[in-house]
Design a protein. Sequence first.
Length: 319
Amino acid sequence: MEVKWGPLTTDDAPAWAEFAAAVEAVDRTGSHVTVEQTAERLANPLLNLPEGTLAARQGGQIVALGLAPVRQAADPIHLMDLWGGGVHPDHRRRGYGRRIIDWSLKTAPVLHERRYPGKPLHLHLPVYDGNHDLAKLASEAGFQPARVFQGRRRDLAAPIPPPRVPDGVTIVTWTPKLDEQAREVRNAAFRDHWGNTPHTPESWRRLITGTAAFRPEVSFLATADGNAVGCLLTHYREADTAATGIREAWIQIIATVEEWRGRGVASALIAHALTSFKAQGYGTAGLSVDTANGTGAVALYEHAGFAIFKSVATYVHAY
């Protein structure tokens, strides 16, 4: 059957979810998605469906996929991501991956210049550990490995030490009234992090606290003198539980403002969250960390009992 290439539409949520499941079954990336999640991503206003997506179809099945959404800001560099899932396991080694990468290299600067004219552009491509074919394609196309992110996981059946909250700090559960403070803490804490793009109020709601995955009852802020100095925000993905049988609380964001680092704020937030996760019936907790993070995050998570379960390298093409 002939393979046809073209952009995604808002009707492609089921086909995208089916494609993602086929990729995960072979690549074991640990990433599972529901139709609701793919529909949410297709509705992203920063994703130009006609120009910023490319899919190969065979009949009603997606067999290769690439998406290049712009980001909400370019401060100081516009960091675009190429994502979507790559190539269906039954259709690999036919040049589809190369075609998607070549398309992204031509498409990204067009979309970038339209939104952020004159700003520098970097295109990011995630490559999971063990995906040697994609790593080879990326290198041949001029991408350079720049960073490694670890997925880490903690079994909540293991003993959880009681939180040791620093003097003058109070841990409170997230509420809508505290949402803007949480965003400000995250932006301030991540200002100097590699690959960071500050969240606008719109992107924050769409990707963090307004998404269906957000779990406000197990998301927390650390406050001092009435001001937020740290935050821990949690997502939960039902598709992961359906695939693994385990309810995992995913720590989407953990952040401490610079002047409060080294005082135990993050450790207290983590211990408080782990206790809450267990009480809410979660079996594991997970998070992602940049291995070159300069704030001591890797050691913090190791001390809290989080062990590596996957690694993802970010390859970068600088224009």
